[in-house]
Design a protein around this ligand. Structure first.
Ligand code: C6P
Length: 419
């Protein structure tokens, strides 16, 4: 493996990876696209907060409140640094990617999109980048359009994307990395083209930031959303990055404590960025835990994580593509490279429902996800299956994990394969 990247040493930081499943098998965790495991450094940071400086932020002049405020704001500085996204002022904390996208839908989009306007998205989106736009379109009598995918590799059909841009969308919203196919989209080029047509650009980076170098200045997105729980941090905290002029020009949608500068009986004024979008007491330990997750990722090195995952992905594809009766969706091994495929592989075993596949994997201690992966239009209408099985990798996975998955496929075939 990569020089300076000792997976065994990394695995020792993740207590859950030392555990066994109920039938005594070592846990093989291949579902990091759903949520990642957490290292002791993150768990410990949250405990440190509760043990030593648990206090509300922005509200106390006493020592532990100043400390919690500093740690919380400091975590935003770390997030901003990780994504080259300016400062804490550009980083709004919400619950997750879903809430971050909905925040844009309910604020900027609600305030700027009107009847007959178009929101352009793609056919590979997670529901959280489809449903908010459908809801908005219904309310505003606007329209949602979808850029199609090219076959057979199911990457975004750039010709179709360009053609749909000619319709003049007000907002273009697409995922950086597909949670089903692992496809890495050329976010920079897609944002450049959208901007050329005068659209505002939102990128769903839920599957990108945990796994690869993501640079806001380079990509140029106006809004970018991701979740802490997929990047070694705690659940219940997510990030909306926004460019300052857009955030400044947008009114908040949730009113209450901390989001105001002054309140009178007849009016109020907003607090400065990012606080005007964070009404009420936030998820303080979540923010602080996310900061520790960023520290961990930076210590290992995001480029090294990427190289480890692409090696794992190629290793898995080389085995799975050879298996009789196994169909894989997305880019094939011969075309896979560091810039087009993340560590996500969806597949089906001919004649077997993916839920049965996942159950048999589970009996071997191998955790994978099966279903529509909250991307129902992609799975049912584009791939044309009711569900798919999916394995996904992170920095703590090994070739031995992939071997266990391959053994589980053999077991599925022995037990269930019909025809
Ligand atoms: N995908 C998966 O198993 P939340 O749940 O808000 O943290 O993230 C939503 C989300 C948005 N976009 C993409 C591309 C995603 O992959 C996800 C979450 C998980 O694939 C849970 S459904």
């Amino acid at each position: 493996m990569e020089q300076g990247f000792d997976v065994e040493e990394i695995r020792r930081d993740f207590p859950i990876l030392q555990t066994k499943t109920r039938n005594g098998k070592p846990l093989v965790y291949l579902d990091s696209a759903a949520t990642s495991q957490k290292p002791v450094q993150v768990i410990g940071k949250i405990e440190e907060y509760y043990r030593n400086y648990n206090a509300n932020i922005h509200r106390g002049l006493y020592e532990i409140s100043v400390r919690s405020t500093d740690e919380y704001t400091g975590s935003k500085e770390k997030v901003a640094r990780l994504i080259n996204g300016g400062s804490y002022r550009n980083i709004i904390y919400c619950r997750n990617t879903t809430e971050a996208i909905n925040l844009v839908a309910l604020s900027w989009a609600d305030q700027n999109i009107s009847q007959d306007d178009i929101v352009l998205t793609t056919q590979m989106e997670h529901h959280s980048n489809i449903v908010p736009w459908q809801m908005l379109a219904k309310k505003k009598k606007a329209r949602v359009e979808y850029a199609g995918l090219s076959k057979p590799n199911l990457s975004i059909d750039m010709e179709d994307y360009k053609e749909k841009l000619e319709h003049g969308p007000k907002l273009v919203a697409f995922s950086h990395v597909s949670n089903v196919l692992g496809t890495i989209n050329d976010a920079k080029e897609m944002a450049r083209l959208a901007h050329k047509h005068g659209a505002v650009v939102l990128v769903d980076g839920a599957q990108a930031v945990p796994h690869m170098k993501v640079d806001m200045k380079d990509i140029g997105a106006d809004f970018y959303a991701f979740s802490s729980h997929k990047m070694l941090g705690p659940a219940g905290i997510g990030v909306l990055y926004g460019k300052e002029p857009l955030l400044e020009g947008t009114d908040p949608v949730i009113g209450g404590g901390d989001m105001i500068r002054s309140v009178r009986f007849d009016s109020c004024t907003w607090n400065e960025l990012p606080w005007k979008f964070e009404a009420g007491t936030p998820n303080i330990e979540g923010g602080i835990g996310l900061g520790a997750a960023v520290d961990y990722i930076e210590k290992v090195g995001i480029e090294r994580i990427r190289r480890h995952e692409i090696a794992m992905t190629k290793y898995a594809l080389s085995g799975f593509e050879e298996m009789e009766g196994v169909e894989i969706y997305g880019e094939r091994l011969e075309k896979v490279n560091e810039s087009n495929k993340a560590g996500v592989i969806s597949f089906n075993i001919k004649g077997v429902h993916p839920h049965d596949v996942a159950s048999i994997f589970d009996s071997e201690g191998v955790a994978i996800r099966a279903g529509h992966h909250c991307a129902m239009p992609l799975v049912t209408q584009v791939i044309g299956e009711p569900a798919v099985a999916r394995m996904s990798f992170y920095l703590y996975n090994t070739e031995s994990d992939v071997d266990k998955a391959a053994e589980a496929v053999a077991k599925v075939k022995r037990m269930l394969k019909r025809g």
